[in-house]
Design a protein around this ligand. Structure first.
Ligand SMILES: Nc1ncnc2c1ncn2[C@@H]1O[C@H](COP(=O)(O)OP(=O)(O)OP(=O)(O)O)[C@@H](O)[C@H]1O
Ligand SMILES: [Mg+2]
Length: 280
């Protein structure tokens, strides 16, 4: 197996040297063809991590490599499905045009764009809705369009930021299974961020557990559950065991005494002042 993504010592601080440290010293690897999930508490820095990997944000420390090449700017063979689907689609473009939009900016001709949009819309069950507009669709359908748009680019790496967080439970199950199917079909490498422990275990070949802010990796857990089924898998002994393991890791980290972010920023500002006044 070759390495698709290597993240080494990644850190990001918003707002300069005395600002907020969102992620800290993150290192992990995703192999080609793997579906890896990152699970972490709300606000711990998950979106910051994905933005740094996708080149949308320049991290303040560390390195990101996509099949061996450093990521500088947004790589063309990477696609992102964002947390907030309602803001990620263009309301003035039809479903088909939304899907084809990034293909056009990649210089792909009309016939090939059409072929690809037909293919992915069929895959996500939206062939009938190609001429509709996003605002004419339900939340779950809109998120399907986002997934189709990402897949149409045939990305080497698909990044997904809590892609199913804002849909109802039944739609969430359907979208999870859809992801597993298309992932097989397109042989994709996927890195998906979620705060839902069950979802991370259901989907992943590997789960990375993040600490509270500033996020760092506290565990790397391989998951071997074979073919998934929403009822049978979730009831299996192995699933229940893994769920407790991840829950315990998240709980232990949350229970550790921790200064508030505000107190942390204050202490950092004081240290910076002390360093400045110590200079001759
Ligand atoms: N542009 C920004 N400027 C300053 N601070 C930011 C910015 N974006 C995020 N942060 C802070 O960085 C921390 C991590 O934010 P981030 O959005 O990465 O967390 P998250 O784990 O994705 O949260 P959620 O679970 O709500 O999606 C938060 O404390 C947030 O307030
Ligand atoms: Mg987020």
């Amino acid at each position: 197996m070759s390495t698709m993504l290597e993240v080494s010592g990644l850190g990001h601080r918003y707002g300069g040297p005395t600002g907020h440290q969102a992620i800290n010293e993150l290192s992990f690897r995703v192999e080609a063809g793997e579906l890896a999930c990152i699970v972490g508490p709300s606000g711990c820095g998950k979106s910051t991590l994905l933005r740094s990997i996708s080149g949308l944000l320049t991290p303040t420390s560390g390195r990101v490599e996509l099949h061996g090449d450093p990521v500088e700017g947004v790589p063309s063979d990477l696609a992102v499905v964002f947390q907030d689907y309602s803001r990620s689609l263009f309301p003035w473009l039809s479903v088909r045009k939304n899907v084809e939009f990034p293909l056009r900016s990649r210089g792909i001709g009309r016939d090939e764009r059409r072929r690809r949009s037909d293919e992915v819309l069929e895959w996500v069950g939206l062939a009938e809705s190609a001429r509709k507009y996003p605002w004419q669709l339900s939340g779950g359908m809109q998120q399907r369009v986002s997934i189709a748009r990402a897949l149409a680019c045939r990305p080497a790496l698909l990044l997904m930021d809590e892609p199913f967080a804002s849909v109802d439970a039944q739609t969430r199950f359907e979208l999870e299974d859809l992801l597993l199917r298309v992932r097989k079909q397109f042989d994709s490498t996927v890195l998906l961020v979620t705060h839902d422990i069950d979802e991370s275990i259901y989907l992943a070949d590997r789960v990375f557990v993040l600490s509270k802010s500033p996020a760092s990796i506290v565990a790397d857990i391989p998951v071997d559950l074979g073919e998934r089924d929403q009822i049978v898998t979730r009831e299996s002994e192995e699933f229940v065991h893994l769920r407790s393991e991840v829950a315990r890791l998240l709980q232990v980290r949350s229970a550790e005494p921790k200064r508030s972010a505000e107190a942390e920023r204050w202490a950092e500002a004081e240290r910076a002042e002390a360093r400045e006044s110590a200079q001759p």
